[in-house]
Design a protein around this ligand. Structure first.
Ligand code: SF4
Ligand code: SF4
Ligand code: SF4
Length: 345
């Protein structure tokens, strides 16, 4: 363990921890924008500046040292942080009322902490770069006017999803996060997993459909055999969002495009709610008893005529393990091993 002081308080930190991590562990707040616990550190936003042994350093990158003396709130630290946040806000779209992240925005949190002076902001405010919103992706928008160039999306795409579809492009005021060739997202290698959107600290990457859930229900993604653990955001009887369960050893909070965005089918008006039986070439609604009797009768007809191996059955990855287990038991009890399962839909 390493012994150090933060704001005069003696604390212990594990070797290799950064000043920011040590402060967090000790319950001392240091503002951050480009830091994300899932990702490598970047040190670009400079709002985590602190004084360590008399020098101004970025707390998110510098490891703790034995006997280190850290101050997180000196006048100089406060001035540097304020200046850096002002620079970020100078050309930021500040129409918070229409932003989906309003009241859940890291930039709002940090601006409020450093104490932005609105009148001063009016004087130093610069033009906004006019870049159209990229709404090519059906699941989330990219709005450059709300981007703070923290690079979290770039690192998430590379380090979490291994795709590296994003990077910084252009220079100076025109610097932007872009895909190869500055094309719309849908014309890039992006897989629409939403890992970037999930971690974006502002409204620059935001879901197309956004409703705050009333409550969350723990569940398992029904799409494939990986079985990612999820929380369904629910409003009344409607699913309005999905997030991965960070505590899950299966997916550590990560999801693919199907798990994160593919929940519309649950409340879709065209979803089949009752069995259909084809009568005179037309599908007509039937009761479950009627449908199951028909299946049993047909199964019996086939096995009586051609033996049980004339039957074959396919189960679904959308069913639970228990359902799939019972299904293969049922088919084997009919005398055949012709039973399979679509591991991915
Ligand atoms: S889009 Fe979001 S995550 Fe990416 S750089 Fe901009 S603010 Fe950061
Ligand atoms: S949605 Fe996934 S693949 Fe696409 S840019 Fe974001 S992290 Fe990368
Ligand atoms: S479909 Fe995607 S989110 Fe769902 S279990 Fe499979 S990998 Fe996980």
């Amino acid at each position: 363990m390493i012994n150090l002081t933060i704001n005069g308080v003696k604390i212990e930190a594990e070797e290799g921890m950064t000043i920011y991590e040590a402060a967090q562990k000790a319950g001392i707040y240091i503002p951050v924008l480009c830091y994300h616990p899932d990702l490598s550190t970047f040190g670009a936003c400079r709002v985590c500046m602190v004084e360590a042994n008399g020098n101004l350093v970025t707390a998110c990158r510098l490891p703790v040292e034995e006997g280190m003396e850290v101050q997180t709130n000196t006048r100089e630290v406060q001035e540097v942080r304020l200046f850096n946040v002002e620079l970020i806000l100078a050309n930021h779209n500040q129409d918070c009322q229409t932003c989906v992240r309003n009241n859940n925005c890291k930039l709002q949190e940090v601006s409020s902490f450093v104490g932005i002076d609105l009148q001063r902001m009016e004087r130093i405010r610069r033009f906004q770069v006019e870049t159209p919103v990229d709404d090519s992706n059906p699941f989330f928008h990219r709005d450059h006017s709300r981007c703070i160039l923290c690079g979290i999306c770039i690192r998430a795409c590379e380090e979490v999803n291994g795709v590296a579809a994003l990077d910084f492009a252009f220079r100076g005021y025109n610097t932007a996060v872009s895909v190869a060739g500055n094309k719309p997202l849908t014309e890039s290698s992006c897989e629409s997993c939403g890992e970037c959107m999930e971690r974006c600290p502002t409204g620059a990457l935001a879901p197309v459909k956004q409703k705050t859930p009333e409550r969350e229900v723990a569940s398992v993604c029904p799409y494939c055999g990986v079985g990612c653990n999820i929380f369904l955001g629910v409003r009344g009887k409607q699913i309005v969002g999905v997030r991965g369960d960070k505590e899950s050893p299966v997916n550590h909070g990560e999801l693919c495009v199907k798990g994160r965005f593919g929940y519309d089918f649950v409340n879709h008006p065209e979803r089949l709610q009752k069995p259909l039986i084809k009568k005179k070439g037309e599908f007509v609604e039937a009761s479950w008893d009627e449908a199951l009797d028909l299946v049993a009768e047909r199964f019996k007809g086939i096995t009586d005529k051609n033996g049980p191996n004339a039957l074959g059955a396919l189960s679904s990855a959308r069913c639970s393990n228990e359902d799939n287990y019972l299904f293969q038991k049922l088919i084997r009890s009919l005398g055949t091993n012709n039973v399979d399962h679509c591991a991915r839909l």
